[in-house]
Design a protein around this ligand. Structure first.
Ligand SMILES: [Cu+2]
Length: 479
């Protein structure tokens, strides 16, 4: 693979940056002791529309600072949609429009993106299309995509990392009634879980540090805003919709009991068929939907959802305590959804995007995260697919500075199918439709997508939020 070779200058730069990262590594700061498995799992409230008409639901959200209890007995200042962290869940119906009017009551400009939505450009949250403090914008969503676990979050250029760290993220569940959905666990047995890792100061405040633009990581894992929570479950099947909304931490999910996970969905909804896995990788912004059958356990069993990429306390995410029996008429059908496969012969064009670092000349020297060697320029068009064209996009991860840097690559507007991973067939769980794909160090992934929906200005970027802010993003114009 020619693209993965480095020239001499680049290798030298990598070596010196690696040395530098040892010298300037930040010391571990004081941190409150937070017990694991004490807090009950919170479920974010579902936002009610302020008004409905025959075609559309209208919502209002204020983005504001608030003080909430995350660590038991401490008060933490957050920036939250409706003043809560995570924000309220929007439940949308496929084919029924939603208008969400955001008012920015924060002291900084913000802009909201619906991750995974096929949104017209003026509502898609381009990073420079911000709303000033005190301002308001109505974002319009047609909800014509596949039923899926979407999420909304801030997307302001150079502010996304901090703004999400402080709380600006929430679920947007696009749902549809169908015979398949009715068979899966539903109602109280269909539970969204948003995972974030965070650092807190000794007095309980969120301690944002972009770590020299490598990414803000954490020492505590929050699920739905609570540290390492516990959910009391019945001995039956549950569906969990899991979102990794961490800034810069990729996860690998597994159960402490070694029970296999039944994956039924990914970013853009149900897979063609369930896939049984012992662990599931979940990079930043990716979603998976799994079914766990707790009926295999005697009452009293405690099952920990683990992160096999984590060490020490970061190896645990949350715990399920099997506390009662329950009837269960749910099942996982053998066929879950229909996906029209896109083939290479349909593609009009192949584009290659190199994700890598570029040393900066600043003092102390640092790294600029870039695509194809160029930092983000909102005025420069980096790709211009024609409306309704099918294209193949090759994402190549070039290692930098001796650090393993995973880049979760996200396309706005056009979801994709994974065609190949390192020249081989994609992973089994990549059989669905995705909008974010994890590219590990040195990897190369090909995806195929149809650029339908809207003409206009969109984005391709890395979902390590600090990489995106600094400036691993590219402007995509659908023409
Ligand atoms: Cu990245």
């Amino acid at each position: 693979m020619e693209a993965l070779k480095f020239d001499r200058r680049e290798l030298l730069a990598r070596g010196s940056a690696a040395l530098l990262s040892l010298v300037v590594a930040r010391p571990l700061r004081a941190h409150p002791a937070i017990p694991q498995f004490r807090c009950p799992l919170p479920i974010p409230p579902v936002l009610q529309p302020v008004r409905r008409d025959s075609q559309c639901d209208y919502y209002e959200i204020s983005q504001r600072e608030a003080t909430v209890e995350i660590i038991p007995g401490m008060r933490t200042r957050i920036w939250g949609y409706e003043g809560i962290f995570p924000g309220p869940t929007i439940e949308a119906r496929r084919g029924r429009a939603a208008v969400v009017t955001h008012t920015n009551c924060l002291g900084v400009p913000t802009v909201t993106h619906l991750h995974g939505g096929m949104t017209r450009p003026q509502s898609d949250g381009f990073p420079t299309d911000t709303v000033a403090p005190g301002g308001t914008r109505a974002y319009e969503y047609d909800n014509v995509g596949r039923p899926a676990t979407l999420w909304y979050h801030d997307h302001s250029w150079r502010g996304t990392g901090r703004n999400l760290y402080l709380g600006l993220a929430g679920f947007f569940l696009l749902k549809e009634d169908s015979a398949i959905e009715a068979q899966l666990p539903n109602g109280p047995y269909d539970i969204p879980l948003v995972l974030h890792d965070r650092v807190f100061t000794a007095d309980g405040q969120l301690d944002y540090d972009h770590d020299a633009h490598h990414g803000a990581t954490g020492r505590v894992i929050l699920v739905n805003g609570a540290p390492w929570p516990v959910l009391d479950v019945a001995a039956r099947k549950y569906r969990f919709r899991i979102l990794n909304a961490s800034n810069a931490t990729a996860l690998r999910l597994a159960l402490s009991t070694h029970q296999p996970l039944i994956q039924i969905g990914s970013d853009q909804g149900l897979l063609p068929a369930p896939v049984v896995l012992s662990t599931i990788g979940l990079a930043m912004a990716e979603r998976v939907e799994i079914v766990v059958d707790f009926s295999v356990y005697p009452l009293g069993t405690r099952v920990v959802l683990e992160n096999r990429r984590g060490q020490g306390p970061l190896r645990s995410i949350m715990r399920f305590d099997v506390v009662r029996r329950a009837n269960d008429d749910s099942r996982v059908p053998e066929r879950l959804s229909e996906i029209e496969p896109l083939g290479r012969a349909q593609a009009t064009r192949t584009r290659t995007f190199l994700f890598g670092g570029k040393p900066t000349l600043a003092v102390p020297p640092g790294v600029h995260w870039v695509i194809n060697g160029e930092p983000f320029d909102p005025l420069r068009v980096d790709a211009n697919p024609r409306l309704d064209d099918v294209e193949i996009w090759r994402f190549v991860n070039r290692a930098f500075a001796g650090r393993t840097m995973l880049h979760p690559v996200h396309t706005h507007l056009a979801p994709f199918q994974v065609l190949s991973r390192n020249g081989r067939a994609p992973l089994r769980q990549e059989s669905g439709v995705k909008d974010t794909v994890a590219i590990e160090d040195g990897e190369e992934v090909e995806v195929i997508m149809r650029w339908s929906g809207h003409k206009g200005r969109y984005l391709l970027h890395c979902h390590n939020l600090e990489h995106g802010d600094h400036s691993m993003m590219a402007r995509v114009d659908v023409v």
